[in-house]
Ligand binder design. Structure first.
Ligand SMILES: Nc1ncnc2c1ncn2[C@@H]1O[C@H](COP(=O)(O)OP(=O)(O)OP(=O)(O)O)[C@@H](O)[C@H]1O
Ligand SMILES: [Mg+2]
Length: 249
């Protein structure tokens, strides 16, 4: 059984169909990468999977349990089992790094203050921030902030992580430190779905690229299949354009 399955998800926003009949599965330990042009619906799809947007049609199953059949309370529990990482970090500015990680442990998982802080420090160490635990978001670089947000998601022991362009708000020299943390998670067996424009990263770490355009997953396959020179796929064409924009061949 896949850890996560999205079946025929559709979602309209503002009277426009944004996600159009999308299905995908994530097996245990799998990293899939979602690419495609801006406005194609990647963020909306991730938000539907996380039930930030309730899909108009289709269903999301976590370990075989359908979110649609859960009551309000269980939907909260369902959402807690999915870690979501946003482009803009979503940290609490008034809390230190360790308290950003500890707060949900205390409030949701009912950890004592001390146990929550201990776990928070361990998760921060895991993302290379042991020495930054007491600092506030304003005192951290973008890459460090994103690593705090990853530590916060990890502290909740998610079954799956959804990452929505986690490096696209970062200066180029900070992207690598965040991608390294994500690569470590992938190698450690975390199940993940990541929207990204980091094609080099995708090529190295994923078995399957999902290409999304105008609300639909129009192509899917291994990087070798989709991105091979001369493959004529839309994905290859899109990646070539991206590379051009970034000034690489
Ligand atoms: N709340 C909303 N109301 C109306 N339209 C919306 C809403 N949210 C998103 N959209 C529209 O849905 C489309 C898809 O947006 P989405 O953010 O999912 O795309 P994306 O693939 O993540 O793009 P990007 O690569 O720029 O992040 C866009 O045309 C956007 O304007
Ligand atoms: Mg987006």
């Amino acid at each position: 059984m896949p850890v996560l399955e999205a079946r025929h998800i559709s979602k309209s926003l503002g009277g426009k169909l944004i996600v159009d009949d999308v299905s995908l599965t994530l097996d245990q330990g799998e990293l899939k990468v979602l690419i495609g042009p801006s406005g194609g619906g990647k963020s909306t799809l991730l938000q539907c999977i996380h039930y930030l947007h309730r899909p108009d049609q289709g269903e999301v199953l976590l370990e075989g349990r359908s979110a649609a059949e859960m009551g309000r309370r269980n939907i909260c529990a369902f959402r807690q089992e999915i870690g979501m990482i946003f482009q803009d970090f979503n940290l609490f500015d008034h809390l230190s790094a360790e308290n950003n990680v500890a707060v949900a442990l205390r409030k949701v998982k009912k950890f004592s203050t001390r146990a929550a802080l201990e776990r928070a420090r361990a998760e921060l160490a895991r993302v290379g921030l042991a020495d930054k635990a007491r600092l506030y978001p304003a005192e951290l670089s973008g890459g460090q902030k994103q690593r705090v947000s990853i530590a916060r998601a990890l502290a909740m022991d998610p079954k799956v992580m959804l990452l929505d362009e986690p490096t696209s708000a970062l200066d180029p020299e900070l992207i690598g430190e965040v991608l390294n943390v994500i690569a470590d998670l992938a190698q450690g067996g975390m199940t993940m779905l990541m929207a990204t424009h980091q094609i080099g990263f995708a090529r190295r770490l994923t078995n399957e690229i999902l290409f999304m355009e105008k609300g639909r997953l129009t192509e899917r396959g291994s990087p070798a299949e989709l991105l091979a020179p001369g493959s004529n796929s839309r994905a290859a064409e899109f990646c070539a354009k991206l590379a051009q924009l970034m000034g690489r061949e």
